[in-house]
Ligand binder design. Structure first.
Ligand code: SF4
Length: 62
């Protein structure tokens, strides 16, 4: 599983991190940080919840 953050669409709502704090990380201004590695399968649900929580549709889970 891969998560892509469209940083140009991210508006720093931090809702992804609120929905899945163990997965999404934010920079010092509250914008989501990109993912470098594959996401483990057991975090699939957290990834989907973060994706759904983003009002800007800046998160893509594949
Ligand atoms: S919820 Fe969306 S817009 Fe807000 S920080 Fe996360 S990725 Fe960015």
């Amino acid at each position: 599983m891969k998560i892509t953050i469209d940083r140009s669409s991210c508006s720093g709502h931090a809702r992804c991190a609120a929905a899945a704090p163990g997965l999404f990380r934010l920079d010092e201004d509250g914008y989501a940080l990109p993912f470098d590695d594959e996401v483990p399968g057991d975090l699939e649900r957290d990834a989907r919840e973060g994706e759904s929580a983003c009002p800007e549709r800046a998160i893509t889970v594949e």
